[in-house]
Design a protein around this ligand. Structure first.
Ligand code: NAG
Ligand code: NAG
Length: 339
């Protein structure tokens, strides 16, 4: 009894010391991974194009998403708000062209698909009204072509397909599509759908394990057949085989400070551009070659002003420019590669 009593405080103190050392050590490790410190002479990779857009006053709402049609030189912007057009269309040179409103409630993600014969715009809508909980396809001029999901009703069904706050969509030229569902609703899943909108494979449920998600927020496919998902609230990126849905790996050490909001590859597939909304940063990560994804490495960064809140991004696959939809600054900014 006596011995224990004497030892107790020492054990507590030793424990506290260990915890303290752990915290200090841990935070140093976190910093080493998390922050990007440009070393002496390190060049920035991108610079702001201050001439884009020509007239910023067209941004009248909260700009949540942006998609570039590099083939036709168009930039689509999704914004939210009362009495504002929901989709704005600019040229890559920065001229405002037109806008549309119909059937869009609360755009979250936007994607442009070009095929040999056609071009269309896909929008995920997290609205709770009669057009919400859907993924919609539009013509470039804003004509509604297709609705996936049951408009106005959130759900988890696969047949018919239903969504709850679908976050983003990526469509391949073949027509196969990947949807991350969703942005805080009842579903936490990645769906691959066929051209007739049937499930090919599905990954995910609510959780922190392999292939589970907490707010799968953005999705893209690389040129090696891998599907990349920003698993936002798990603060990691998860990667899957696009044919089988097999889990290929995860990156988390780069995102301990703030979760990934976007996944987009640069036009040469050498880098992955990841928005981190709460720290107002775009992390530029080395993209791994075919096969095992290995560990993540932040090789450069674009630090934005406080409260800019970069939400989703898209890349012009022709010029390499990055377009950033910023909820806080209520604008879209264009960054161009410094060659
Ligand atoms: C969109 O709707 C808003 C509010 O209803 C209106 O002010 C605006 O003119 C509309 N814009 C377009 C392009 O239809
Ligand atoms: C997911 O699980 C967490 C607990 O692990 C819970 O707090 C949360 O509400 C769940 N979300 C959904 C959509 O079921």
């Amino acid at each position: 009894m006596r011995g224990k009593r004497a030892l107790g405080p020492w054990l507590v103190m030793a424990g506290a010391l260990l915890v303290l050392l752990g915290l200090i050590g841990g935070s140093q490790v976190l910093k080493a991974f998390d922050y990007f410190y440009p070393s002496k002479g390190q060049q920035q990779m991108y610079k702001l194009d201050i001439s884009w857009p020509k007239i910023p006053e067209y941004f009248t709402g909260q700009t949540f998403c942006v998609a570039v049609d590099s083939l036709h030189g168009l930039v689509y912007v999704g914004q939210r708000g009362d009495d504002v057009p929901k989709v704005l269309v600019f040229s890559v040179e920065g001229y405002f062209l037109y806008s549309w409103n119909d059937t869009v409630e609360m755009p979250h993600g936007i994607f442009v698909l070009n095929t040999a014969t056609d071009s269309s715009v896909w929008i995920t809508d997290v609205g709770a009204g009669k057009y919400g909980h859907t993924v919609k396809q539009y013509s470039p001029s804003g004509k509604l072509l297709q609705i996936l999901g049951t408009p106005g009703n959130a759900g988890s069904s696969l047949n018919p397909i239903q969504f709850d706050q679908p976050a983003e969509i990526f469509v391949e030229e073949s027509g196969d599509m990947y949807v991350v569902d969703g942005d805080g609703g009842m579903n936490n899943r990645l769906l691959k759908l066929s051209t007739d909108y049937k499930e090919i494979w599905l990954s995910g449920e609510n959780g922190t394990g392999i292939g589970q998600f907490k707010i799968p927020h953005s999705v893209t496919v690389d040129c090696y057949g891998r599907v990349w998902v920003a698993d936002r609230d798990n603060k990691r990126i998860q990667v899957f085989d696009k044919v089988t849905g097999e889990w290929l790996g995860a990156w988390s050490s780069c995102f301990s400070e703030d979760g990934p909001y976007s996944v987009r590859f640069t036009s040469d597939y050498k880098y992955l551009i990841v928005a981190q909304m709460n720290i107002n940063r775009l992390a530029i990560l080395a993209a791994p070659p075919v096969g095992i994804i290995g560990d993540c490495a932040i090789v450069n960064a674009i630090q934005l002003a406080d409260e800019t809140k970069p939400h989703l991004v898209d890349i012009d696959m022709k010029s390499g420019a990055i377009y950033i939809a910023e909820i806080g600054a209520q604008q879209v900014q264009k960054y161009v590669p410094i060659s």
